[in-house]
Design a protein around this ligand. Structure first.
Ligand SMILES: Nc1ncnc2c1ncn2[C@@H]1O[C@H](COP(=O)(O)OP(=O)(O)O)[C@@H](O)[C@H]1O
Ligand SMILES: [Mg+2]
Length: 561
């Protein structure tokens, strides 16, 4: 069952209530029509005795009596009261569908968050951040359109059309048949419009994902865009995709708008046919046909917007299908749930990590990035992985972090195959620092914790002391509560590096993976950082990738790749 289906099923009581309220309002609408018909009959006949058989039967069943005048007033007032009640019921059903929208949107977006967060890194890294973000936008659009623009009006209109048909049936079965046949004809002839709406919807969904990717990419490169004279080209690219999306929206909107005039034309044809039916079935007694014709007109006038609505909904839904499918595809692949917060075993000492006949190639890449690698990382030491750019250092670090699975060969951790070690247990013993030094636009404290709970202030202080964060944090206005700006732009490279190291040291890692952590630092800061590492390495297996020579003299072992 689709994700939206599950969300809707969870709130089946809302759906039931919406159906019930709409059924009630449709019933009230139907009774209003009957009340009007009775009033019209009285208006034209003036006397109760001349009322047709079924209006007379209703008057008798209601037990109302009095003069024709008072009955006429009674039915008019009844009609008004019924309409007021109907409006109230409809309002309540709209409130319920608004609540349903909140639930569906929250449920779908929360599922998407959970899927994206628990995807394997290798799979996820192939979807750009902007594209990932676009799933949330799409999910919210779909939830809103489905619950508010489609479900409620659809249920509402279905009941109403049903009631109008019943009323029409009571007035004249011939008229009902003609109306139903014309409606069916129209329903089928509009089919091609929905096919086109679907195509427009596919263009919207694809364009929105591309737009998400471009916007996030370019907004993340604020500095570069101001240095390289490419801003105009990027702007043109974004504008072009946005234009494509908006034009696809415009196209589907126009298609939706075509529904109403097409129905209007057919409506006039239907009315013409129906009048002829009335004319001939009353056999020329036009005066008798007036009340019936009046009510038929009123019923048709009320029925038309519902028929338009139901057909517009079809077009809207057709436009949404590819967005619904996109979400469905994202969440259809089974992914492991987020790890439960169990107490996980910790390594009592730093382990020896042995790489044996390791092969690795990225998906859809023929060439092996790592080919038959054999080496060993010693515990309690700084193990330096050296090699030129592109030689596979980052890939190796990421394989050891269990972000990628080896194509062949194995990694032994104190003799145990890394593949058999539970990922969350492994990550609990791991510290990871990469070249990027990514910081959230949040406080220093939150950047060190990075969402992890259960750490005391003392543990945070310890990590900060080891990483020498305390040195500069004391000088900041709000100390640990200082907000660092987008990706830490208000800090120097060295300061960012320290915060990221403190983050990696918070869980007292037994294995510390460092991917070119000093490449953005000057020699003096780098030297300071390396001296800190020597201290950390006393009870930790430090594996550090670097293409520079400065770390050489601090390393206990060097592995060339
Ligand atoms: N996600 C990826 N998909 C495909 N190929 C990749 C990916 N990441 C890296 N590579 C390729 O793998 C090779 C090794 O990359 P990397 O491990 O980053 O090298 P290093 O860190 O030594 O500079 C490079 O040729 C690079 O193009
Ligand atoms: Mg690298």
């Amino acid at each position: 069952m689709s994700l939206i289906g599950v969300a809707l099923r969870e709130r089946w009581n809302h759906l039931l209530l919406i159906s019930f309220l709409n059924a009630v309002s449709a019933f009230l609408e139907g009774t209003t029509m009957v009340a009007l018909l009775l009033a019209l009959n009285i208006l034209f006949e003036q006397t109760l005795a001349d009322l047709g058989t079924w209006p007379a039967a209703i008057v008798e069943w209601l037990g109302v009596s009095g003069s024709a005048n008072s009955l006429f007033v009674f039915f008019i007032i009844t009609a008004i009261a019924l309409q007021i009640t109907k409006s109230c019921t409809e309002f309540v059903s709209r409130v319920v569908s608004t609540r349903l929208r909140t639930h569906v949107s929250l449920y779908v977006q929360s599922e998407i968050t959970s899927r994206l967060l628990s995807f394997d890194y290798g799979d996820l890294s192939r979807i750009s951040v902007g594209t990932q973000n676009s799933y949330f936008v799409i999910a919210d659009q779909v939830s809103k359109q489905l619950t508010i623009t489609i479900i409620n009006p659809l249920i509402n209109s279905t009941f109403f059309i049903l009631v109008y048909l019943i009323v029409l049936m009571a007035i004249s079965p011939e008229v009902t048949l003609v109306a139903a046949a014309c409606g069916l004809l129209l329903w089928m002839s509009l089919g091609s419009i929905y096919g086109m709406s679907k195509k427009g919807g596919t263009k919207i969904a694809e364009g929105e994902q591309e737009l998400g990717r471009l916007v996030i990419d370019y907004l993340s490169a604020a500095k570069l865009l101001r240095i390289y004279p490419a801003a105009n080209i990027f702007k043109k690219q974004i504008d072009n995709v946005r234009k494509r999306v908006l034009e696809a929206h415009q196209f589907t909107r126009i298609l939706e708008q075509m529904v109403a005039p097409a129905i209007d034309v057919l409506f006039i044809v239907t009315i013409g046919v129906i009048f002829s039916v009335i004319y001939f079935s009353f056999d020329g007694e036009i005066a008798k046909a007036v009340p019936t014709t009046g009510v038929v007109l009123v019923v048709f006038n009320r029925l038309l917007p519902h028929f338009k609505q139901i057909n517009t909904m079809r077009s809207t839904y057709a436009g949404l299908t590819s967005r619904i499918e996109k979400i469905g595809k994202l969440v259809s692949e089974p992914v492991p749930r987020l790890p439960a917060d169990l107490i996980r075993p910790r390594y009592s000492s730093s382990p020896r990590i042995e790489i044996k006949n390791l092969f690795f190639s990225y998906p859809k890449v023929d060439q092996m990035t790592i080919s038959n690698m054999n080496c060993c990382f010693q515990p309690g030491s700084i193990n330096l992985v050296k090699g030129q750019s592109g030689s596979g250092k980052s890939t190796l670090i990421n394989i050891v972090a269990k972000l990628y699975i080896p194509t062949d060969g194995r990694i032994n951790v104190d003799g145990v195959n890394l593949e058999t070690i539970d990922k969350s247990v492994w990550l609990d013993n791991l510290g990871y620092v990469d070249q990027e030094c990514f910081l959230l636009n949040s406080t220093i404290a939150e950047n060190i914790l990075f969402g992890r709970e259960g750490y005391s202030d003392h543990e945070i202080e310890e990590a900060c002391e080891l990483a020498e964060v305390n040195e500069f944090v004391g000088g900041l206005q709000n100390n640990f509560n200082t907000v660092v700006g987008d990706r830490g732009l208000s800090l120097s490279g060295g300061q960012r590096q320290r915060i990221v190291l403190a983050r990696a040291l918070l869980n007292k890692p037994r294995v510390l993976l460092l991917d070119e952590p000093t490449s953005a630092l000057d020699i003096a800061t780098e030297t300071k950082f390396l001296k800190t590492l020597v201290q950390i390495a006393s009870d930790c297996t430090v594996i550090m990738a670097s293409h520079r020579d400065t770390p050489d003299k601090y390393a206990h072992f060097i592995v060339n790749v």
